[in-house]
Ligand binder design. Structure first.
Ligand code: SF4
Ligand code: SF4
Length: 416
């Protein structure tokens, strides 16, 4: 933990009302200011106690405090360093260690995730029956069963998609682990929209995980290994701009130079590639393809790793606003996390459920026809909350899926 970064906090408390865990529990040590105080104690010599680790673990890493802080405190860097320190120093209970080992040996590996597709294609009713039984064994396992999405058929993307009309750019596309295996329709929509807007899209085969889940959970060595692997993949593909459609992956890849700062030669290689969120890229490129009307209202959900971590809020709204007939409905408390936060809903299921239901209630209050979410974790979290609350599931789409429907003149959700 960098003592210089800790010193930047002037204890003003402006961040407190924006912090989801402080909003839930009202405890100073579960606020950004309280956690920074604990970090200070640790750098001054206090060992990491189980209580301290608990307050750090309870942080969602949502970066809402970074947006709110008038002093520019880099809480994002601080919590990343802290989590790695917790993993080095704190001895977790055997059952927690086992759960973490399972999560980090499954989720960052697309081939292993693929093996989960078959059970997920079984009916949702089976999963609903399974969840309460698992809750008796371990609430985290029950949360995993509840969160599992209903997967659609696998989509094989070509290695290269030609630009439609005059070529305006050549970009690489990250397929992602959870996005690629559980939401392949988002990847196909991304490639189509980019192509229709005049981009040649390079989709290197055999892509692995970008390291986001590992980095956000203190698994430093795994994050470094996966970051290097991702850079190598796109270097080999010969592209220097990588378009990403999952908020958590984009924010991690934009941070690669810092992640790899201690690895000789790698920070330069990281800086040589430019990562952009798909909405950021398309808004910057400007439209050429015709937009057909979509007479729907959408509730746009700000994913924390897009809005707070990358500062991308206006671009997806601008893209949606460019569709004739579409209305955007804002969700109350949009800056408060839905509780997904990477692995948070698996490791902290109770707090995550509370935040998920809080978000789902506010989504329903908009009365929108469709929820638009640019992060697969948020999509699963809000859908699971609606299901648990017994509310009808509102259709959820990624920004590019809405755009794709408009560009092709189809209704949203029509088969590709
Ligand atoms: S990252 Fe989110 S949960 Fe963690 S301290 Fe900041 S606002 Fe609170
Ligand atoms: S993190 Fe920023 S907003 Fe929060 S108490 Fe410190 S200086 Fe104030």
């Amino acid at each position: 933990m960098d003592p210089e970064l800790i010193k930047d906090c002037v204890h003003c408390g402006f961040c407190l009302p924006t912090c989801p865990t402080y909003v839930l529990w009202g405890e100073e040590m579960d606020s950004p200011r309280g956690r920074i105080h604990l970090m200070k104690q640790h750098v001054e010599g206090t060992p990491i106690t189980p209580e301290m680790a608990g307050h750090f673990d309870a942080c969602l890493g949502c970066m809402s405090c970074v947006t709110a802080c008038p002093s520019g405190v880099r809480y994002d860097k601080l919590i990343e360093q802290t989590r790695a320190e917790v993993e080095r120093e704190h001895v977790r209970r055997p059952e927690d260690r086992a759960l973490r080992a399972m999560v980090f040996s499954l989720f960052p590996y697309p081939r292993r995730l693929r093996a989960m597709r078959l059970p997920l294609r079984l009916s949702g009713r089976l999963r609903a029956r399974l969840a309460p039984r698992l809750a008796e064994v371990n609430p985290s396992l029950a949360a995993m069963a509840e969160l599992a999405p209903s997967v659609t058929a696998r989509v094989r993307l070509p290695h290269r998609v030609a630009a439609r009309g005059e070529r305006r750019a050549v970009v690489g596309m990250l397929t992602g682990c959870v996005q690629g295996e559980f939401f392949p329709q988002v990847n196909s929509a991304t490639a189509r929209v980019l192509a229709m807007e005049g981009c040649e899209v390079v989709i290197p085969p055999g892509q692995g995980c970008c390291g986001a889940l590992s980095l956000h959970s203190g698994q430093e060595a795994q994050a470094i290994r996966l970051a290097k692997q991702t850079i190598r993949t796109f270097e080999r593909a010969g592209v220097d701009t990588i378009v990403v459609n999952a908020a958590g992956c984009g924010s991690t890849m934009k941070d690669y130079a810092d992640v790899l700062a201690g690895e000789p030669g790698w920070a330069e290689r990281a800086r040589a590639i430019r990562t952009v969120d798909v909405s950021e890229f398309l808004a910057g490129l400007g439209p050429v393809a015709e937009r057909h009307p979509l007479p729907i209202s959408v509730a746009y959900h700000d994913a924390c790793h897009l809005a707070h971590a990358q500062g991308v809020r206006a671009e997806p709204r601008a893209l949606l606003n460019g569709i004739p007939g579409l209305t955007i409905k804002e969700i109350a408390e949009s800056s408060i996390c839905c509780g997904s936060a990477g692995t948070y809903n698996m490791f902290q299921p109770e707090a995550a459920r509370e935040l998920g239901e809080r978000k789902a209630t506010r989504v329903l209050a908009t009365g929108a026809d469709v929820l638009v979410s640019a992060n697969p974790g948020c999509t699963m979290q809000i859908t699971a909350a609606l299901r648990r609350m017994g509310e009808p599931e509102i259709p959820v789409a990624h920004t590019v899926q809405v755009l794709d429907a408009s560009l092709r003149g189809l209704r949203l959700g029509a088969p590709a």
